[in-house]
Design a protein around this ligand. Structure first.
Ligand code: NAD
Ligand code: TDX
Length: 312
């Protein structure tokens, strides 16, 4: 299969390109605009592989994406503005890329035809949940601008399945962590800050809960969905490993060997979702299960950022 991976120089996208080149026979075309969040260095080791082609460009460029889609079988769309805090400061780039970019990709895919269009969505589209778990049929109630744009893209992509028969599949994963994540995000930020003796700004009282999935586990889930998922379907991807932000912080400090005194409670994020949790039984029925516990994933992540001295 020849796969177009958009946003493939970012965190999850680059891990997915590594997965495709290192674990499968697929050919890959990576399209990435190389915003502040993307870097070719994330593709070190696979960038010049004979089965890989890198194209610097924007998913909002309809001529470019039509050309790329006309010579690939499937597209997996990771390209997005991904940081909630930035979407609170300015939502414009979020609407432009996360909604407009997806619309451009969908129209190009209609024009050229594709075997699969996998849209990478997020647990944030459901909004927060106090108890229990979200399943794929739950309503979308996004509560911050980033999540609202991802929900829009999710709905738009699925409308192209029902209206135009475009073979769209949506994955909604929980928080990912692992190598190559931008250090604006909680785990890499707190690892690099604690290794440097800098303070760790915990929002609110640190009791907000996230479900943490190791990025390689999500990449295997996405690949399974691409190859064996049903068009028109949505698949939640979550490990079940729920941790409060305080628990995550303490686990990092313990492993890095830094003092709890580095924790600084700061003003809460506006509209801060209390808790996310996913019911992942549908993708488990397809044959997926996570291979890494939260602790195993954290060990590997800390090793990447600290021992290998690769903070970004
Ligand atoms: P990221 O910010 O690390 O990477 C995004 C990539 O997209 C970057 O390489 C960036 O250069 C590229 N990009 C941005 N705008 C572009 C445009 N207009 N055209 C082409 N490329 C563009 O994000 P991530 O954390 O790897 O997330 C990838 C996808 O997964 C996103 O769609 C995000 O919503 C979704 N997601 C992320 C998580 C998570 O925990 N990180 C969880 C669930 C879903
Ligand atoms: O400095 C911080 N202090 C802090 O307490 C940062 C950066 C975050 N936090 C808290 C906010 C969240 O409760 O940590 C939690 C995780 O924050 P982020 O790493 O910003 O991730 P989150 O907002 O949960 O969103 C992530 O998961 C869902 C990704 O960035 C999204 O792209 C994905 O869709």
């Amino acid at each position: 299969m020849r796969v177009l991976v958009t946003g493939g120089a970012g965190f999850i996208g680059s891990n997915y390109v590594h997965h495709l080149i290192e674990e499968t026979e697929d050919e890959v075309v990576t399209l990435d605009a190389l915003t502040y969040a993307g870097s070719k260095s994330n593709l070190e080791g696979v960038l010049n592989d004979p089965r890989h082609e890198f194209v610097e460009g924007d998913i909002r460029d309809s001529e470019l994406v039509s050309d790329l889609l006309s010579r690939t079988d499937a597209v997996v769309n990771f390209a997005a503005e991904s940081h909630v805090d930035r979407s609170i400061v300015s939502s414009e780039p979020f609407v432009s890329t996360n909604v407009g970019g997806v619309q451009t990709l969908l129209d190009a895919a209609l024009e050229t035809g594709v075997d699969r269009f996998v849209q990478i969505s997020t647990d944030e589209v459901y909004g927060e949940i106090a108890e229990g778990e979200f399943d794929e049929e739950d309503p979308l109630q996004p509560r911050n601008p980033y999540a609202a744009t991802k929900a829009s893209a999710d709905l738009l992509a699925r409308s192209y399945y029902t209206t135009h028969d475009l073979p769209v599949i949506v994955t909604r994963s929980s928080n990912n962590f692992g190598p190559r994540q931008h250090k604006e995000k909680l785990i890499p930020k707190f690892i690099t800050n604690s290794a440097c003796g800098d303070s760790l700004p915990l929002y609110g009282d640190g009791s907000n809960v996230r479900e943490w999935t190791y990025v390689e586990d999500n990449c295997r889930a996405i690949d399974l969905v691409l190859k064996e998922g049903q068009p028109g379907e949505i698949y939640n991807v979550g490990s079940g490993a729920e941790r409060s932000n305080s628990e995550v912080t303490e686990a990092i400090l313990r492993r890095v060997g830094a003092s709890q005194d580095l924790i600084e409670f700061v003003e809460d994020r506006p509209g801060h979702d209390r808790r996310y949790a996913l019911n992942a039984s549908k993708i488990r029925r397809l044959g997926w299960e996570p291979r890494y516990s939260f602790e195993q994933g954290l060990e590997r992540t800390i090793e990447y950022y600290v021992s290998e001295q690769r903070p970004r």
